[in-house]
Design a protein around this ligand. Structure first.
Ligand code: PEP
Ligand code: MG
Length: 557
């Protein structure tokens, strides 16, 4: 038995034959062409076909691995429209009289090289995306590359690197696991593998093609790949797999249970969503509602600001499907890393500290009121919470409330029915925590946005992968601020939850309950593990139950 060790990306156990992904050597004709017009047309039509293919990969990935995993394919579609990318190919066709395939190979590999040379992890990671697109364009121009993996048996895929497109084109039914020689935790391929729950290891040294076809067992818990495993190793792995299945079964049984601590304290356990299609996962995982509906998708996957009608339709659909469960819709948090060309943002030196969240909404009131009107119209279809992001000041809350009243009056004057709703804020700036008591006096609930709270408290840009080791949302300073927010909220009798990523970490659940947190809003897949964790905790501080009911949708405006 040979054992190879790697870094685990996705836990789980897989067994099958080890098969190496073979990247096809392509024949790209290098000779001159006289027909420049035809070559330009060939490039244009290959680009269009690849864009359509990326749209299909987006839909497929979204269905199989979730929205977050699928976003890379939307980014690919935008890159294919990039002028620099298009010109780098067209110039070679025009100026060097070369074929479209040759121009793609040379033009895009020079961009890849330039990006790779940059001393910025984020930019150099983009070089992989461009290489992926170059391959896709060459597939369109010279014929499909095949993975070289035929047959019917389950296999563990081995490769130096694997792009998101290559992964999504593989037959999921036979793909039991993935082992890569290089790879990175933050790569899109890793994100997709996690979303699809495919056991995966990266940075496996000693993987080489002489191992092709060997029987293999991948243990994502320990980070090992066993080749030609001994009978004992097979038994151990089988035991682990059956424990995994038992765990899944056990946890599934909690789907319709209440989220209550061992000593009887009720916690509200909700899901975060970013798209109406995520509602299926909310229901399938037994969430008690939605604690954060990020509405940015409506604004970012669009070529103009969405109309009131478009937004109303989406909000009503989510509220109606989940009624009477609560749905907290967050007003649009655009700005910083979330912007599209049509929004005409002025360049900012520090966009994370710039015009984003409520600041953008209050600066562009027409756009904000369109969204508020759509939410108010949808309010009579379910149990609505309206949440405002990036608040740092009482005045901002008052202005939002005034606009809400204005919208309500306008709608009622038109004869449109407006239901009741709760009104709350994301607590995600240190300023909001330090003024939490004043803010709590103006709202029905707080939800701590720990992703941004960590960014602003630690002064670490959450987008900067070079600073990943400094971005620690569990830093004592952040945990202390969460406790302060909970105490201030409770002093004023309002509910306090967490909707940032750390809410999904079972290792922190007890800390949050000790801090007095009443509600956790987590990604849908974490609902059941967190419910199980809550049910084992006792002795955490209890608070009055009416804060948790959330049914008192008491703000008719
Ligand atoms: C947060 O900041 O924790 C949060 C929930 O919002 P987002 O990640 O969308 O900024
Ligand atoms: Mg935030």
């Amino acid at each position: 038995m040979l054992t190879i060790t790697g870094e685990s990306i996705m836990k789980g156990v897989a067994s099958g034959t080890l098969r190496f992904y073979r990247k096809m050597e392509r024949e790209v004709p290098g000779e001159d062409t006289q027909d420049i017009k035809t070559e330009l047309e060939k490039f244009e039509s290959a680009r269009q076909r690849l864009k359509n293919a990326q749209q299909s990969l987006y839909e497929k990935t979204k269905a199989e691995a979730g929205e977050e995993s699928a976003e890379i394919f939307l980014a690919h579609m935008q890159m294919l429209d990039d002028e620099m990318l298009k010109n780098s190919v067209k110039e070679i066709i025009r100026e060097q009289n070369r074929s479209a395939a040759y121009a793609v190979q040379v033009g895009l590999s020079s961009i890849v090289g330039r990006f790779q040379a940059m001393d910025d992890l984020y930019v150099s990671a983009r070089s992989e995306d461009i290489a992926d697109l170059a391959n896709g364009l060459l597939d369109e121009l010279t014929g499909m590359a095949s993975s070289g993996i035929e047959g019917q048996k389950p296999y563990i895929l081995a490769a130096e690197q694997l792009s998101p497109s290559e992964l999504m084109k593989l037959d999921r039914k036979r793909l039991a696991g993935i082992v890569l020689c290089s790879g990175s935790k933050i790569s899109h391929t890793s994100i997709i593998a996690k979303g699809m729950e495919i056991p995966m290891l990266i940075k496996c040294s000693g993987l080489d093609e002489s191992l092709e076809g060997k029987e293999a067992v991948l243990d994502g818990y320990t980070g090992h790949l066993f080749l030609e495993p001994t009978p004992e190793q097979k038994i151990l792995t089988e035991e682990r797999r059956s424990r995994e299945l038992d765990d899944k079964d056990r946890i599934q049984k909690l789907k319709d249970k209440e989220t209550v601590t061992a000593d009887g304290r009720k916690i509200r356990l909700l899901a975060n969503i970013g798209d109406p299609s995520d509602v299926g996962a909310v229901i399938a995982n037994g969430a008690e509602g939605v604690g954060l509906f990020r509405t940015e998708f409506l604004f970012l996957n669009n070529s103009d600001f969405p109309t009131e009608e478009e937004q109303f339709f989406v909000y009503r659909q989510v509220l109606k499907t989940l009624a009477p469960k609560p749905v907290i819709i967050r007003t649009c948090d655009i700005g910083a890393d979330k912007a599209s060309d049509y929004m005409n943002f002025e360049a900012e030196d520090n966009p994370a500290l710039g015009l984003r969240g409520v600041r953008f909404s209050l600066a562009r009131r027409g756009i904000f009121k369109t969204q508020l009107r759509a939410m108010l119209r949808a309010s009579s279809y379910g149990t609505l919470g309206i949440m405002i992001p990036m608040i740092s000041d009482v005045q901002e809350i008052r202005e939002c409330r005034e606009l809400l009243s204005e919208c309500r009056e306008e709608l009622e004057a038109q004869g449109t029915e407006v239901g009741s709703y709760e009104f709350g804020i994301t607590v995600e700036t240190p300023a909001a925590v330090l003024c939490a008591e004043e803010l709590a006096g103006e709202v029905d609930f707080f939800s701590v946005g720990s992703n941004d709270l960590a960014q602003y408290t630690l002064a670490v840009d959450r987008q900067n992968t070079r600073l990943a080791s400094f971005f620690d949302p569990c830093h004592p300073s952040v945990l202390r601020l969460i406790r302060m927010a909970a105490e201030a909220g409770h002093k004023k009798g309002i509910r306090v939850g967490i909707c940032g990523e750390i809410g999904s970490d079972p290792a922190l659940t007890e800390t949050f309950l000790q801090a007095g947190i009443d509600e956790l809003s987590v990604n849908p897949k974490s609902i059941l593990p967190i419910r199980e964790r809550v049910m084992t905790i006792s002795g955490a501080r209890a608070h009055s139950d009416d804060r948790l009911s959330g049914s008192a949708a008491q703000h008719p405006g």
